[in-house]
Design a protein around this ligand. Sequence first.
Ligand SMILES: [Zn+2]
Length: 290
Amino acid sequence: MLLRLFCLIAVGIAPFLPATVFSEEPSRSETVAPIRAKQGDVFYFSVQVGPDAVSVEGRFLNRPVPFFKMGNPQEFGALIGVDLADPPAHDDLLVEISDAAGKRELRRYPVEVLPVHFLTQELTVPKNYVDLDEESSKRAAEEQEKILQSLGKITVQKFWAGRFMMPVEGKIAGSFGLRRIMNGQPRSPHSGEDINAPQGTDVRATNEGIVALVGDFFFSGKSIILDHGLGLYSMYFHLDQVDVAEGRRVRKGDVIGKVGATGRATGPHLHWGTRLNGARVNPLSILNIE
Ligand SMILES: [Zn+2]
């Protein structure tokens, strides 16, 4: 199978801060173990708690799992992400429930991480795409740090609501997790999904959020990062045009920019990425979250 190279984006793994959470959602039933999730998946998880519980915090694969209140006061929910490079293994989701008096209850839920056979792509690209000059290399490293800092914050508020939507109409490349070897050198896996669409096509916010970062970067070109709260971010790269400013609140479906080929891109497409508390997750996976 021949996969076209759309972009060379490979943002690293972000640091993160723990957080607690409050926002209401309709009631659902508690998730039943054992839970199975694939590499790069996002899944919804909920716990039933006693009437005295005031907060719930979780941890999975060494990442924080901030819970939010559901419509039923004795239920808390969370979105949990498996990084594309987390090894297939059994691990426990740890959940700590605290009451007003400070009493804590610790629960463990077994989770099995299932492997995904990500394809490998060997490419020969112009030498300057992989061997950057000193100035470009410095610029790219500084920008990478800035992007990771933005993705590392956990906003203690949930902005998204309801289902997530595709940000652009176009052909999905199926390139999430692609292992890439460029000019014989292994590179970081492709941490987003590329959607092929004509230059100038509207790019829409996948859900409600705050514009956390806008920039014009060496690799990702004109870029937008949306903060959906509770550690969930969506990224829109290689844009031809950015129509929002940092700090602005956007609703689901708002046009935030136009498809382009800025930065290191071989043609017009949207690189759509999602992060969940530091995990590089498949953006198509969040479309399945109710
Ligand atoms: Zn891409």
